[in-house]
Design a protein around this ligand. Structure first.
Ligand SMILES: Cc1cc2nc3c(=O)[nH]c(=O)nc-3n(C[C@H](O)[C@H](O)[C@H](O)COP(=O)(O)OP(=O)(O)OC[C@H]3O[C@@H](n4cnc5c(N)ncnc54)[C@H](O)[C@@H]3O)c2cc1C
Length: 387
């Protein structure tokens, strides 16, 4: 039996961030994950300005940014029309690169164990984990950061309430211009043209490996469009966004598409002694709203900075202690915002009713107004400097 104060189950973004923060704070912890290196997977592939701020609070921002690529400016467009060129603090970084960079920050005082947790038993005193290797771990607290895997949660009587099945589908791929060394834009967000596109937007952004694309659609997995996209992706994309060429020119998709549906769910029965759920293990987000990483960093930052030090300073790990984390105002606000944004994005992209059409146009005109103002200001500044 191995002993630690904290056992982190799952070394994705949430678990690795928690393990690095706890290790740096000198807390006795172990992290268990079946993969020594997080494998390539389609998940969050960039860090937005807001997420950068949250990541700063974890103390891990430098490691993540070193492995990513800063885009500096994003062009936004719709109907083949350039709406804005905004300065940007966004960093493109493939998910496995980001997780592995954060894992690289886990200090040596945290044991990382390459195994799967197969059994879990919890209570107000100590918790016991059994691993696929047969080893057992005893800890005062288990952080369950096992993502979408429901197995261990079921052992604890925790369930998932699916609130929106296949809320959206993300398509991820690498893209390159044909006949030119680079695209004209540093990064581009191209919004859907009509609700019948059943799409939110396409985002093209630089990662250290080249130009990456994420396309977000609201369809079901049996939609024939997905087969067209798999068979002839360039043609399917041109049919979806006929005026995208204005910005991209001819392009080719240079690798196999990854297509991932996302369900929105929340956990039920999770307020228990000895175990706390973070990241996707607690609840999911809609990829097109881009709020999943905000949720991960908010969960882990609040848990490791505000709660764990106090919990370890007193005896026991009762459900009342754990409940304080789930009621944390910043966490509650982040989860509510993420959920509301998921529904808002869907409705503003594909809602056919008059109010949603009006909002779509208001959004377009608002962004266009901002773009014009920005260009005007830049022009005035340029003239003032020249004078
Ligand atoms: C397609 C897609 C696109 C997305 N795009 C965005 C985006 O653009 N912006 C954004 O902010 N968010 C996005 N998200 C959401 C974001 O990526 C997730 O919220 C985040 O990755 C969740 O991290 P996690 O650590 O909770 O889970 P994961 O990264 O899934 O980690 C779970 C870990 O637990 C391990 N594990 C599972 N079971 C066990 C076990 N029994 N024992 C030990 N280990 C176990 C797994 O091996 C894995 O390493 C996207 C999500 C998806 C699916």
């Amino acid at each position: 039996m191995r002993y630690a104060d904290i056992a982190v189950v799952g070394g994705g973004l949430a678990g690795s961030t928690a393990a690095a923060m706890l290790g740096r704070a000198g807390v006795s912890a172990v992290m268990i994950d079946p993969h020594a290196k997080y494998p390539p997977d389609l998940r969050s592939e960039k860090i937005s300005t807001n997420q950068l701020e949250l990541l700063r609070k974890t103390g891990l921002v430098d490691a993540a940014l070193r492995a990513g690529r800063h885009d500096r400016q994003i062009w936004t467009a719709r109907f083949g029309y350039l709406i804005d060129k905004k300065p940007s603090e966004q960093f493109g970084i493939l998910y496995d690169t980001m997780v592995n960079a954060i894992r690289g920050e886990i200090p040596t005082n945290v044991d990382t164990i390459e195994a799967k947790v197969t059994e879990i038993s919890t209570g107000p005193g100590r918790q016991t984990l059994t691993l696929s290797t047969g080893e057992q771990i005893s800890a005062r607290l288990v952080i369950l950061s096992s993502g979408l895997n429901i197995g261990l949660l079921h052992q604890l009587g925790i369930d998932r309430q699916v609130i929106s099945k296949c809320h959206s589908i993300t398509v991820g791929f690498d893209i390159a211009p044909v006949g030119r060394p680079a695209f004209d834009f540093p990064a581009l967000t191209y919004f859907s043209e009509r609700p019948s596109d059943r799409s939110a937007y396409l985002t093209l952004f630089p990662v250290p490996e080249g130009m990456r694309a994420n396309l977000f659609v609201y369809r079901d997995m049996e939609d024939p469009w997905l087969r067209e996209m798999r068979d002839a992706p360039e043609d399917a994309l041109h049919r979806l966004y006929p005026r995208l060429r204005t910005f991209t020119g001819e392009f080719r998709i240079t690798n196999k598409l990854r297509i991932r549906p996302a369900d929105l769910y929340v956990s039920t029965g999770h307020r228990q002694a000895g175990v706390v759920l973070v990241g996707d293990a607690f609840s999911t987000s809609c990829p097109s709203a881009g709020t999943g990483t905000d949720k991960v960093f908010t969960d882990v930052e609040r848990l490791c900075n505000a709660y764990i030090p106090a919990w370890l300073a007193t005896d026991g790990m009762g459900a009342d202690k754990i409940g304080a984390f789930y009621d944390d105002p910043a966490k509650v606000a982040c989860d509510a915002w993420s959920n509301a944004t998921a529904y808002h994005f869907r409705s503003v992209s594909i809602g056919e009713s008059l109010p949603w059409q009006a909002r779509r146009w208001a959004r377009f005109l608002g962004r266009r107004g901002q773009g014009l103002l920005r260009r005007l200001r830049a022009q005035v500044r340029g003239e003032a400097e020249a004078a």
